[in-house]
Ligand binder design. Structure first.
Ligand code: FRU
Length: 495
């Protein structure tokens, strides 16, 4: 008979709190079709995985208020990546080794059980009276609802880190299964003060062997590398990391926290990874800590936190703070990692509207047939010569979010300066469009408080939050120069 999993009082308290708070509901309505925190605060996606034929998403969770606090793991499930079902809180910081928080991690199915790998953070008082946060890797095993932290925890501690590297920045394990072995990549900070990714393996969950330093930042892309992911996709070995404290380099890498992908070559026998190309993963204002999973139908799907650490647009007055991006299918095209919304989104398309080869005027013109806040717009720009195209979304008399494309410069700009945000943070970002074909494709996926922009079949993406009042739903366009614009619009309806 299956052993009953014991629930700690801390976990029970979080579950009950969540249940009551859910009954009350949030003040501000949440997103329509993006995974959102049930109540309180959410950051990184964790444990994005399939188990027993079901798709699970866990997340960094502080249910008790809308600010980051002692980290729990919240839990939800989905059948199609669009509708999300809330599940009871999965992990609480209820052990000595994770008392300061159950930080980010991942999950796999292993011998019929759902295995979670996470970072336990323990705050210890040093001899000099100072407090230090030690980070260690831990395992919990469960049945899709309840999870038990194993006795051998913490399974990877400072003694399995290369000598002299940080025991305080050692977090966010991403695990995957190959035959009888589970592999793990973890973010760490090396002696030079910048990030590195450590690779480990095990065959029994308890005894982990250090394999190698998979890659090093060498102070090139930010400092600490958080939330690594490592997988093979269509012949490429891909490492994704979220660097902290990046410096901007022209348009390519913006300052602060960002995400990059590293295309490389992994020689398994030598355990050696060689970098080939490094690019930003999403150039928007709110995209961090992405994590991927492999579905049973063979798709590599990525989801990320739709927020930036330096800017959170929701608070106590809303009753929640935290949402995820739309899950995106990844594939390779001409050496570029492309990301497109999961195909399941299309089954929620309603009310098709088509505008074919129109030429918007040089001053803003309203297109009533394109109005909406929860919708998908596919835009084709057809023009050889220099031209400029601008679209305003979520617009009313005072608000709008603008997307501008300058064909000659090949620069695309996203601007939410007048999108209802009240804090002095970055509101505009530009990127150089990689392809210079005659047709430029823009796909805009809007939910109540987010705009996800995909360029040229997902070769590039820009994801951002907007706080525009929900009634602002106008769409305006203008052009300058010789360009024809075609638009296909669908409402996205979950009812
Ligand atoms: C990234 C991160 C992780 C950490 C978690 C804590 O956003 O800083 O490195 O595990 O958030 O909530």
């Amino acid at each position: 008979m299956e052993k009953q999993i014991k629930i700690s009082s801390k976990l029970q308290k979080a579950r009950e709190y969540e249940k009551c708070a859910l009954k009350k509901g949030t003040v501000t309505p949440k997103q329509d079709f993006h995974a959102c925190v049930p109540v309180g605060w959410m950051n990184d996606p964790n444990g994005f995985s399939e188990y027993n034929g079901e798709k699970h998403l866990f997340f960094q969770y502080h249910p008790y208020n809308t600010a980051w606090g002692p980290m729990h793991w919240g839990h939800m499930k989905t059948t199609d990546f669009i509708r999300w079902e809330n599940m009871p809180v999965a992990l609480a910081p209820d052990k000595k080794y994770d008392g300061f928080g159950c930080f980010s991690g991942s999950a796999v199915e292993w011998k019929g059980r759902h295995v979670l790998a996470y970072t336990g953070v323990e705050r210890r008082k040093e001899e000099d009276g100072q407090c230090k946060d030690y980070q260690m890797q831990c395992i919990a095993v469960g049945d899709g609802i309840n999870y038990e932290k194993i006795k051998a925890n913490p399974v990877i501690t400072g003694d399995k880190i290369p000598e002299g590297d940080s025991v305080f920045d050692f977090r966010d394990p991403k695990i995957w299964v190959e035959g009888d072995t589970i592999y793990m990549v973890v973010g760490n900070r090396s002696k030079d003060g910048s990030g590195q990714i450590l690779l480990y393996k095990t065959t029994d969950l308890k005894n982990w062997e250090f394999v190698t330093v998979l890659d090093k930042c060498n102070n090139r892309y930010g400092k600490m590398w958080e939330c690594p992911d490592f997988f093979r996709l269509e012949g490429e070995d891909i490492l994704i990391v979220s660097p902290q404290e990046m410096e901007a380099r022209e348009l390519e890498f913006h300052a602060g926290e960002g995400t990059i992908y590293i295309l490389g070559n992994f020689e398994k026998e030598k355990a050696a990874f060689t970098e080939k190309v490094i690019r930003p993963l999403d150039m928007g204002l709110d995209f961090y800590a992405p994590q991927t999973m492999l579905t049973s139908d063979g798709r590599r799907i990525m989801i990320a936190w739709l927020q930036a650490w330096c800017a959170s647009w929701f608070d106590e007055r809303d009753g929640f703070c935290g949402m995820m991006t739309l899950p995106r299918e990844l594939h390779m095209k001409n050496g570029i990692l492309c990301q497109n919304p999961v195909r399941e989104l299309e089954s929620y398309y309603r009310n098709k509207v088509e505008l074919k080869e129109i030429v918007p005027r040089e001053t803003y013109q309203k297109y009533d047939e394109l109005s909406g806040r929860v919708q998908n717009l596919d835009i084709l720009l057809d023009g050889e010569e220099a031209y400029q195209f601008e679209i305003r979304l979520a617009a009313d008399d005072v608000h709008y979010t603008a997307i501008k494309y300058d064909k000659k410069e090949q620069i695309l700009t996203f601007d939410r300066s007048t999108s209802g945000v009240r804090r002095d943070a970055a509101h505009e970002r530009s990127m150089r469009v990689l392809s210079n074909d005659r047709i430029v494709k823009l796909r805009i996926v809007m939910d109540r408080y987010s705009i996800e922009l995909f360029v040229n079949d997902g070769e590039q993406a820009m994801t951002s939050v907007i706080r525009t009042p929900i009634e602002a739903n106008g769409v305006y366009m203008k052009t300058q120069g010789n360009v024809k614009v075609s638009v296909t619009k669908y409402d996205i309806c979950l009812l």
